[in-house]
Write a protein that binds this ligand. Structure first.
Ligand code: NAP
Length: 247
């Protein structure tokens, strides 16, 4: 799998799964724009790792739920690299609560970042890809969007929405030479999941046939496949990367 000469934008590339995706794409030859919203030190550290591999990288601050910030991101990436070949809609948050306690803000924040963010980024980047007549868009959903989870109605709704969005975009953009797919990670060790009690993690592991929690690199390898020519005849699909948790 080679991504030499390609430019990738990874939203939420500063930490966790996004960081691993940015590094995996760079290791395959891509230049990478590492998007973040708060943690500039973490984004800069990822860019340094990309440069150490001999590839080009830039850190770009933008809240994916803001149309103007995402438009500026696209302008900055185009000014730096001249094209965008790969978009990974990875930025995501959780605001877990039981439905009777969930506030409107908790619901809206998760939908705005996890679902509307992908719409805003796809809309801005697809214009570039349509002109190029090529592109790969990969959305990071979740198995929770497929099976649901108590206390995560906002998150599950956003991630299920992202699957419908992926399939619609795949149909709409196929004739433009753009493939759109999703990955649905299972339980992955990142800052997002680090606060879960050990007991809950142990219970999770019991439900995973491959008997371990996922590493960010496990997800990054699937995304690199979907970003490469190895997946040229695949579009509109959701690949679960979850150790067999959901099948
Ligand atoms: P994480 O460690 O909490 O990292 C989240 C990343 O998203 C950070 O880079 C953060 O930037 C960025 N971000 C958050 N809000 C943003 C916004 N409004 N605009 C731009 N960037 C934003 O999370 P993760 O576990 O790696 O999760 C990455 C993706 O995988 C998410 O979509 C998540 O839902 C999905 N996922 C995770 C798991 C899991 O078990 N971890 C399972 C299934 C799916 P800053 O560094 O600036 O804060």
């Amino acid at each position: 799998m080679q991504l030499k000469g390609k430019t990738a934008v990874v939203t939420g590339g500063s930490r966790g799964i996004g960081r691993a995706i940015a590094l995996e794409l760079a290791s395959k030859g891509a230049n990478v724009a590492v998007n973040y919203t708060k943690n500039s030190a973490a984004a800069d550290a990822v860019v340094e790792e990309i440069k150490a591999m001999g590839k080009l990288g830039i850190a770009v601050k933008a809240d994916v739920s803001s149309i103007s910030e995402v438009e500026n991101l696209v302008i900055e990436v185009l000014n730096t690299f001249g094209s965008i070949d790969i978009l990974v809609n990875n930025a995501g948050i959780t605001r877990d609560n039981l439905i009777v306690r969930m506030t409107e803000k908790e619901f809206d924040d998760v939908i705005d970042t996890n679902l509307k963010g992908a719409f805003i980024c796809t809309k801005a980047v697809s214009r570039v890809m349509i002109k190029q007549k090529s592109g790969k868009i990969i959305n990071v959903s979740s198995v929770i969007g497929i099976v649901g989870n108590s206390g995560q109605s906002n998150y599950a709704a956003a991630k299920a929405g992202l699957i419908g969005f992926t399939k619609s975009m795949a149909k709409e953009l196929a004739k433009r030479g753009i493939n759109v797919n999703a990955v649905a990670p299972g339980f992955v060790q990142t800052d997002m999941t680090s606060s879960l009690p050990e007991k809950v993690k142990e219970e999770f592991i019991k439900s995973i046939p491959l008997m371990r929690i996922g590493k960010p690199e496990d997800i990054a390898k699937g995304v690199a496949f979907l970003a490469s020519e190895y997946s040229d005849y695949i579009t509109g699909q959701v690949i679960n990367i979850d150790g067999g948790m959901v099948m």
